[in-house]
Design a protein around this ligand. Structure first.
Ligand SMILES: [Zn+2]
Length: 290
């Protein structure tokens, strides 16, 4: 079980009695790290807590699944992060004073496979009109992922969008004519056209749209920087702005967008970074484990 890997690092009571737990001491590129922080109830109020990692800052949120003064932060590692030891610093402000706690996190190379694709250069060409459309859709998606809703809608451990065989794992490197062009940005589930696709957690539907690559797409905001995406649908069953429950049908599987056949492509973004969906679900489980 994953939670056995929890490292408990109790700090000396030089200042506040805080307890920091990291889900992993080592993470692969595109994986997510969970930090839990527990503060002693006797301690003065902490005005602000954040984590700094790989040049970015991540907020801590109150962990409503645990009693007392518990907080959590999700730290996504970029797919493009190079293997190295990287410093993670948890900063908290107490009575106007800043306190720092640093840890060395090992970033290792994920075990992602390579897919070699040979295409005639002419077939890989995209028209100027479609290039504009792709750029517009990318911009719209980035704007969504950069927005963090302060409230967390998730109420329990995340489920899967469907029970089916995984036909293509996240992270596969895609080499077109020997050149790394892209990597697989989600997890693919085998699905005949018409198979129901379900929300993995409660949230608000923020995008229902036909897009060039992703086809009919639904994106759900789960709050606090967590988003899930469901692509290539044949039919939508939700509207933009609607609140959905975990397990609710969002749409039916299909083969819309740039695909070779019907399937579900499932994606997860955390705090603005695309991550391995299944590793994220496993890591998020630790939030609910006391
Ligand atoms: Zn896919």
């Amino acid at each position: 079980m994953k939670y056995l890997l929890l490292l408990s690092l109790t700090l000396l009571p030089l200042f506040a009695k805080i307890d920091i737990e990291l889900s992993n001491g080592a993470v692969a590129n595109a994986q997510t790290l969970l930090i839990k922080l527990h503060a002693d109830a006797e301690e003065p109020k902490m005005s602000r807590i954040y984590a700094a990692f790989e040049g970015k800052r991540y907020p801590f949120y109150r962990n409503k699944f645990e009693q007392g003064r518990s907080f959590y932060a999700l730290i996504p590692v970029s797919y493009y992060a190079k293997p190295k030891e990287s410093r993670l610093t948890v900063v908290h402000i107490e009575n106007g004073k800043k306190f720092y706690n640093s840890y060395l996190i090992e970033i290792y190379k994920g075990d992602y496979k390579s897919e070699k694709l040979s295409v005639a250069p002419s077939r890989a060409q995209i028209s100027a009109k479609n290039r504009k459309r792709i750029a517009r859709e990318r911009k719209e998606a980035h704007k969504i992922y950069r927005t963090s809703t302060p409230r967390l809608y998730i109420k329990k451990a995340l489920s899967l969008p469907m029970e089916s065989k995984i036909t293509s794992a996240f992270g596969n490197r895609r080499l077109f004519n020997g050149v790394l062009k892209s990597f697989h940005s989600g997890t693919d589930f085998r699905a005949k056209t018409g198979t129901p696709i379900r929300a993995v957690a409660d949230g608000r539907v923020v995008l229902v749209k036909n897009r060039f690559f992703a086809g009919n797409s639904v994106i759900i905001d789960h709050g606090q920087g967590i988003y899930t995406g469901y692509y290539h649908m044949s039919r939508f069953k939700v509207r933009k702005g609607q609140f959905v429950k975990r397990g609710q049908i969002l749409g039916l599987a299909g083969a819309t967008g740039r695909v070779t056949g019907p399937h579900l492509h499932f994606e997860v973004h955390v705090n603005g970074t695309l991550v391995d969906p299944l590793q994220f679900i496993e890591t998020a489980d630790l939030l609910f484990w006391k």
